[in-house]
Ligand binder design. Structure first.
Ligand code: PRX
Length: 645
């Protein structure tokens, strides 16, 4: 693995003094003490944290149970995360703002904790009236509006399992996920605003339903874009359904291990995996990491720009910040609509104090020029976070200097859908940061970089594992426990394999190097190349396709598709356009290859495996051919490297 460019990075930034003095964790020594404490007596450490973070209706009697690869945490306890996010704040801080929503067309809505609580309770009652019981799955396919938060918390309130599907996914992707989850009810909207246009959510839902979701009984439709709605068949209007329901709803006190949500994420082969998270372990870690990493206080105006369709939106738009009682900013639309300064305008107007966004956005803003940032007063900001992919030092420095005015600590947070919450990150008042490094594990988290023989690498590169269980780890893959074992626990028996490569430096800091398998990270979204390949082939005229990632300044990784066509089919721009359109329909716009290259044959190893490493090299090459009418001949290259596996 190449680590050269990273090795040249030797800048170190101490936490700003004023910041450290009032931070939740104030020094590296304090961090190390906590880390050692967690190592010495894990059960005592985790029990204390779980009791601090959550309201327990029934206290737990056992901290953890680990029979690799199955973990259980806080056994015997009962709680409810909707109660923890809402009811706990009502008495003292019910009138504090929970949500500050801004739509793309600049409409807005604010909800206090009391108001949010009432809306959640109404929907919870409505879901019950529709026959939703604890353990039933409810699909959520909504824009980034308050309804998305209300929907998730209403499910949690009644013990239903939510499965959010990102609004950018197509009807086919939605159908597959809902059918796999066995969703009984699907919550959606007529549409959502994006780049000045309407994302036709309801239309997609109708197409998905027509294609077949056998378990689905009802579709609840919120009105967002104002298109006149004529509901059909099993569809009901959100408002009509909720307005007749009472504004209180007793929470369902569920076991610690009661399933909270299923979130689909890409795997290297086959269909997406339904990552299952349960209640208490996930909840306590979302709450604790939000406070430690973002140094949250009640008066913070916190903005995480992730969509609720991704895990970042689950843990750090909804559960973590609301459990901490802060004001959450939510923005519906595109970052540069109507102009390149929309983000900075939002920060200025709402006096945002904490910004959590992705390197792909940071790089895009960097390219647009400093002037759009500089024309806004961003002095309210006090902390900046990054997530989703490695942040290159150049972007890190720009984020710190131009957005943060050089005064805000930058936390580069490493984690995954499967980990439930942040595992490796600087603590803003404690950890000296190095641009491009996610730095050190949180107390209680035990990552290890192992070489190909399973030996621990004290300094240098290898594969990243987590060697001890932690409360917010995924519990299984929905409906496929065998795949759960092989995907995460078979690389090294009993150890959780992250799928990422990483390097440890002389200070024990971790530098993440991206995925080691055939999953690529495009603009902060994890995509399985296999899924894009099968979408290409399903167009009908494609014989075979191989999709690889190529480093890209803006998106982190761009997708390059090598395609061979069926006999008699002509390569060319028309074919290319048809393939792009088809992938957009099958998976969604984010999966559309940035480049399609037609080849006479794909290079294969003797055992018949596509030589992906070779294709990655070809894709990264400077001599990229843009002439789409001719076929590339990759056989010569393949012959030269025929012993590659
Ligand atoms: O490769 C790592 C990368 O994103 C992957 C997880 O993707 P997903 O499950 O979609 O969750 C994204 C949000 C947590 C990881 O395996 N990744 C995430 N954060 C970082 C990162 N790579 C480097 N640095 C990060 N801070």
């Amino acid at each position: 693995m190449s680590i050269e460019s990273v090795l040249q990075e030797n800048r170190v930034f101490a936490p700003p003094e004023g910041f450290a003095a009032r931070a939740h964790i104030k020094s590296l020594a304090e961090y190390r003490k906590l880390y050692a404490e967690a190592e010495r007596d894990p059960d005592a450490y985790w029990a204390a944290r779980a009791n601090e973070e959550l309201h327990w209706q029934t206290p737990f009697t056992k901290v953890s149970e680990w029979q690799a690869p199955h973990a259980k945490w806080f056994l015997g306890g009962k709680t409810n995360l909707s109660y923890n996010c809402l009811d706990r704040h009502l008495e003292k801080r019910g009138d504090h703002l929970a949500l500050r929503f801004e739509g793309e067309p600049k409409d807005s809505l604010t909800l206090t904790y009391r108001e949010l609580h009432a809306r959640v309770c109404r929907l919870a009652n409505a879901l019950k009236a529709l026959g939703v019981k604890p353990g039933d799955r409810v699909g959520i396919y909504l824009p980034m509006t308050s309804e998305a938060v209300i929907a998730m918390l209403a499910c949690a309130r009644i013990g239903a399992v939510h499965s959010v599907v990102f609004g950018g996914f197509s009807a086919e992707a939605l159908r597959d996920r809902m059918a796999d989850a066995g969703a009984k009810v699907l919550l959606t909207a007529d549409g959502g605003w994006r780049k000045g246009g309407v994302v036709p959510l309801l239309e997609n839902v109708r197409a998905a339903v027509a294609a077949g979701i056998p378990s689905l009984q009802k579709v609840v439709v919120a009105q967002r874009t104002g298109v006149s709605l004529e509901l059909k068949g099993n569809e009901v209007g959100w408002n009509a359904l909720c307005e007749k329901q009472p504004a209180t709803c007793e929470p369902e006190w569920v076991d610690s291990e009661h399933p909270l949500f299923i979130l689909y994420t890409s795997g290297s082969t086959g269909k997406p995996k339904g990552v299952l998270h349960t209640t208490a372990g996930y909840g306590m870690w979302a709450s604790l990491t939000s406070r430690w990493v973002f140094d949250l206080r009640h008066d913070d105006v916190y903005w995480c720009t992730a969509d609720v369709g991704w895990v970042t939106g689950h843990s750090y738009v909804v559960y973590g910040p609301l459990m901490n009682g802060v004001t959450v900013v939510m923005y519906e639309g595109a970052p540069t609509t109507p102009g390149p300064d929309r983000f900075w305008d939002i920060i200025e107007r709402h006096r945002v104090t904490i910004l959590y966004t992705a390197p792909t956005a940071i790089r895009a803003f960097m390219r647009l020029g400093d002037e759009h940032v500089k024309k806004h007063d961003l002095r309210s900001l006090r902390l900046l976070g990054s997530v989703g992919e490695p942040i290159n030092p150049e972007a890190w420095m720009w984020y710190r200097d131009v957005v943060g005015g050089g005064r805000c600590p930058v936390v580069d947070t490493w984690w995954q859908t499967e980990t439930g919450g942040i595992l490796v990150t600087p603590l803003p008042g404690a950890t000296p940061t190095k641009p491009g490094s996610a730095t050190l594990p949180l107390p209680g988290i035990h990552p290890a970089v192992l070489d190909d023989h399973g030996q621990k690498v004290e300094q240098g590169g290898g594969k990243l594992f987590v060697v001890k269980p932690w409360p917010s780890m995924l519990r299984t893959i929905w409906g496929d426990d065998a795949r759960f074992k092989t995907t995460y626990f078979s690389e090294r028996e009993g150890l959780y394999f992250t799928g990422d490569g990483a390097r440890v430096d002389a200070d024990g800091y971790l530098w993440l190097m991206g995925r080691v398998d055939d999953v690529v990270n495009v603009a902060g979204h994890r995509l399985g190349t296999a899924e894009v390949e099968s979408a290409l082939v399903s167009e009908g005229r494609v014989a075979e396709a191989a999709v690889v990632g190529r480093p890209d300044d803006l998106k982190g990784t761009a997708l390059v598709a090598f395609v061979t066509l069926k006999a008699g089919v002509e390569a060319g721009d028309e074919m290319k356009a048809a393939l792009l359109k088809h992938v957009g329909k099958e998976i969604g716009a984010i999966a559309r290859p940035d480049e399609i290259r037609f080849a006479s044959a794909l290079p294969k190893t003797r055992s018949g495996k596509i030589m992906r490493r070779l294709l990655r090299d070809v894709a990264a090459g400077k001599d990229s051919k843009q002439d789409t009418t001719t076929l590339e001949d990759l056989s010569v290259l393949a012959a030269l490297r025929n012993d590659e596996e």
